[in-house]
Design a protein around this ligand. Structure first.
Ligand code: NAP
Length: 280
């Protein structure tokens, strides 16, 4: 999606993928900086590690505690810190790395756009508490959901998230299990587990403990396959459904704007994603 967007805007930029072992992350970030990269995206398992490896944190990375986007900024003898693209004539005397998080807002944008869901006052069951689940829980709490029910295979992770939300967003009720009366009807089930990536995965939801008939909508962060077994079952149960493609799109679009300083061509990026991921 980034290369399609660069082409659409006539930018002679390239987006490339590199596999980096966690032990080499610091060296990889420094290497990209000295080679004159404009920025980086980071994915599993680097997002938490990078928080301590950048020179400065944008508010987004500080609040959500994870970095998925890095921008390399430069300073000339006469200027403050400037984003990439300002140093064609006058090379910077110093460069620094700034960490951002574009995942958290992307989820809210996608829920709004793809499920027509405004989160304030809503009740949400969140499945999964890995990197994406933790960020989602905090971001949903910041949107003033009324109740958040957390379920995860490893209980200690949801206990930590509950503690963090109680400190930062005390008005939000956080339960550590499936909703029970008086919360029999909820607005959203959000899957942030990796169950559904593989065709023989079990459902991330225990339907004996909570039925899909008890929720209005289901969002699955997984976007490949397009319709996970959870989304298929939710559709059959009459729920509104959406997969994680919109989230992927919006985190990328925001990163594009952070690097280039230009509005992201969203339609071009969405089409490139759909073509590359679904072949359509
Ligand atoms: P992660 O940190 O590895 O977390 C994985 C989560 O899945 C944890 O909650 C883990 O539970 C749970 N899980 C894994 N295997 C399980 C199993 N066999 N039974 C029960 N639970 C299991 O990964 P992540 O970065 O949070 O990503 C989670 C999902 O979101 C992935 O599918 C990823 O593709 C998707 N995602 C999508 C986007 C997007 O843009 N659409 C962005 C980020 C992530 P434990 O805590 O017990 O290990």
């Amino acid at each position: 999606m980034h290369n399609a967007a660069f082409a659409a805007l006539g930018l002679d930029w390239r987006y490339l993928a590199f596999e980096v072992a966690p032990d080499n992350l610091r060296a990889a970030i420094e290497g990209a900086k000295v080679m004159g990269f404009a920025g980086l995206n980071l994915t599993v398992p680097h997002k938490l590690l990078a928080v301590t490896m950048v020179d400065a944190l944008d508010e987004s990375a500080r609040v959500w505690g994870a970095v998925n986007t890095v921008r390399f900024e430069g300073r000339t003898a006469n200027s403050g810190w400037l984003p990439p693209g300002h140093f064609d004539k006058d090379p910077p005397v110093e460069t620094r790395t700034v960490g951002f998080n574009t995942d958290a807002d992307a989820l809210v944008n996608s829920l709004r756009e793809d499920l027509q869901l405004e989160l304030s006052g809503k009740k949400v069951l969140l499945l999964g508490a890995g990197g994406a689940g933790r960020t989602a829980a905090l971001r949903l709490a910041a949107e003033n959901v009324s109740a958040l029910f957390l379920v995860n295979r490893t209980f200690s992770k949801i206990l930590e998230i509950q503690h963090e939300i109680r400190q930062k967003f005390p008005a939000v009720y956080v339960g550590l299990d499936y909703p029970t009366p008086p919360h029999s009807e909820i607005d959203l089930i959000l899957n942030a587990t990796s169950l559904g990536l593989k065709s023989d995965d079990p459902l991330p939801l225990d339907e004996k403990l909570f039925s899909l008939k008890q929720t209005a909508a289901v969002y699955d962060m997984i976007y490949r396959p397009a319709a996970t077994p959870l989304l298929q079952a939710a559709h059959a149960a009459g729920c509104r459904t959406a997969n994680g493609l919109g989230m992927l799109l919006h985190q990328g679009a925001k990163a594009f704007e952070i690097w280039t300083g230009q509005p992201a061509p969203l339609a071009v990026m969405r089409q490139a994603l759909e073509q590359n991921i679904y072949g359509r």
